[in-house]
Design a protein around this ligand. Structure first.
Ligand code: FAD
Length: 553
């Protein structure tokens, strides 16, 4: 146990060898620093990467006028965590404790180092990821969230912060004693929940995720003049794969994500059939790694930035964002995936986040607190949710419209469901009514063959009922199939190309839409296989076609 701890600590705070320090020095500047100098402040952006040559840097978390010690870097150690890759705000303060010398690398030089030096890249990336995990585990960040289990918006912001791997401290107005002191201090009341306090300074009352992202510096300003090689819309598995391959091949890539990276996969507790992870991997972990990988290669990822339209006839293409910004790309990859179709139930929206959920990750599982839950749907996502929730709840009822699961669910999940005493499968059954007060309190369902109805005092329903493509934002720019998925390549008919005024003598390439240079990958693409691996495959293959298209311009 203690060996493991020591091992992890060494990976988190490694000492570089003199030869490794010399390679860093070749890209940076060495300078003397007196004791007491602040090297980086909590909230600062685009900080330098520093290696201690002599002396020591102390890293602390400023909280409410005092400092919580985090670590001390001595000779051979380096500063930073995952935010250095993206230039996002520092969560901590760094001060020279003992006078000495440091080597400092600016953002570009640091990127150059991690992209070109494989040995140092591995050491630094591992340390950065472990340091960020440490900040999250110990709630050592600059963000406070005050919320309530009776507020759906609280869950929305928790999900946003968690999926962005942003450390925060949570206080619940119903259960945490310290809450009143906090509310008084920041001059807010229970009616304002959820309240986000950024950098212990800025108070956001019941904010949107865009406001949270702006306040925390999760997304920077996007230049309307800069023309990128490729703008990727959507950071699910397909968009992230496109970003990793495009950036690693030297293209200038901007990724726009309406929420947090990960997409549908990010809402899964465990993906077990993705190649290379025999014990499975949570969607959140997969997305976090992919995002770090994309940022390491230089992709810019803007979260909480929804695309609301493309100016179709003009090239370079202009993608319009919900906040009014416009970004430009010589090519565009549409990777906006799909989202659950909401069943038509009268009270559905009222209970969203307070009993009705569209994801089944650890965060939503925690909300169930050992009670019973209902999962609606018969696809793999519903099966995974049921198996996962069976560990956290007293009983899971799976409601499926069809007579059996075999047409819609993988065999390994069917076996787990049928062999699990905690899961009860109700075939030919539909959900009919949700009822409750501030929180969902009861659910009624009906058997379609017998007409028999059942009303149970169940407070948690997970809706996993088929997916609709996220294509409404395209506003008719691209040819779609009858279900609204984007048509590409040879699936596009002559009439569709004529209607779209396809201007080139060549036909659309594989995954190219009815507009040249706009590609569609992953779940949003008509006739694609709706799986993580195929989304990742399409995102990466597409980059080859982007190169060919850029060569034409
Ligand atoms: C709970 C669950 C479990 C699953 N388990 C498995 C599994 O075990 N194995 C497997 O292979 N597959 C699984 N799947 C399916 C798999 O997750 C999807 O096939 C995959 O995520 C599709 O990836 P994508 O990138 O094409 O789209 P998505 O994952 O849907 O990502 C699309 C992204 O685009 C963003 N977006 C949408 N509109 C906009 C806009 N206008 N502007 C900016 N951004 C936008 C979304 O926020 C989202 O992040 C599961 C799905 C779910 C829901």
């Amino acid at each position: 146990m203690s060996d493991l701890y020591e091992d992890r600590k060494m990976q988190m705070f490694p000492h570089l060898t003199p030869a490794q320090v010399a390679r860093v020095a070749a890209l940076g500047q060495q300078r003397r620093v007196p004791a007491g100098e602040i090297l980086f402040e909590q909230g600062d952006q685009n900080n330098q990467f520093m290696v201690v040559v002599s002396g020591a840097i102390e890293v602390v978390q400023p909280v409410d006028g005092h400092e919580v010690p985090i670590t001390v870097h001595d000779a051979g150690e380096f500063t930073g965590e995952i935010n250095l890759l993206s230039g996002r705000r520092s969560q901590v303060r760094g001060r020279m404790r003992d006078a000495g010398e440091v080597i400092a690398l600016d953002h570009d030089a640091f990127r150059h180092l991690v992209q070109r030096d494989a040995e140092l890249s591995e050491i630094i990336m591992r340390a950065f990821i472990l340091r960020r995990m440490g900040l999250i585990e110990h709630h050592q960040g600059d963000t406070i969230l005050i919320g309530s289990r009776h507020s759906g918006n609280t869950l929305r912001i928790k999900e946003f912060l968690t999926r962005n791997n942003h450390p925060y401290t949570y206080f619940d107005v119903e259960t945490d004693h310290e809450v009143q002191a906090l509310l008084d201090r920041f001059h807010v009341g229970v009616k304002d929940v959820p309240i986000t306090i950024c950098r212990y300074t800025y108070v956001l009352r019941n904010p949107t995720i865009e406001q949270v992202a702006d306040c925390l510096g999760l997304s920077g300003a996007l230049s309307p003049e800069k023309v990128r090689d490729v703008v990727v819309v959507g950071a699910g598995p397909a968009g992230l794969a496109a970003a990793v391959y495009a950036a690693s091949e030297g293209l200038d890539v901007l990724v726009l994500e309406g929420n947090a990276p990960g997409g549908q996969a990010g809402s899964s507790s465990k993906i077990e059939n993705y190649l290379g992870f025999p014990t499975g991997i949570s969607g959140g972990a997969l997305a976090g790694r992919a995002r770090t990988q994309a940022e390491k290669f230089g992709a810019e990822i803007a979260t909480a930035r929804s695309a609301v339209g493309i100016d179709c006839p003009t090239r370079p293409y202009a993608v319009k964002l919900a906040n009014g910004d416009v970004v430009r790309g010589r090519t565009v990859i549409v990777a906006t995936g799909a989202e659950y179709r909401k069943p038509e139930l009268p009270n559905l929206e009222r209970f969203e986040g307070v009993g009705v959920y569209y994801a089944a990750s650890f965060l939503e599982g925690q909300m169930c607190g050992g009670e019973e839950a209902v999962v609606v749907g018969g696809a793999n996502s519903a099966g995974q949710a049921a198996v996962f929730l069976s560990q956290l709840t007293r009983r899971v009822h799976v409601l499926v419209r069809r007579p059996q699961l075999s047409e819609t669910m993988s065999q390994y999940l069917i076996e787990r469901i049928t062999n699990n005493d905690n899961i009860r499968l109700h075939t030919r059954t539909v959900i009919e009514e949700l009822d409750g007060g501030e929180h969902l309190e009861s659910i009624r369902w009906k058997n379609l063959d017998t007409g028999e109805q059942n009303e149970s005092p169940i407070r948690h329903a997970f809706m996993m009922t088929g997916a609709s493509p996220n294509t409404h934002w395209l506003q008719g720019c691209l040819a779609l199939d009858e279900k609204g998925f984007i048509k590409t390549g040879t699936d596009l008919t002559g009439d569709e190309l004529k209607a779209a005024r396809w201007p080139l003598p060549r036909s659309p390439r594989l995954m190219e839409t009815s507009l040249p240079g706009i590609f569609a990958v992953g779940d949003v693409r008509s006739s694609s296989v709706k799986r993580v691996a195929s989304a990742v495959g399409e995102g990466s293959i597409c980059v080859q076609l982007i190169h060919k298209t850029l060569a034409e311009l």
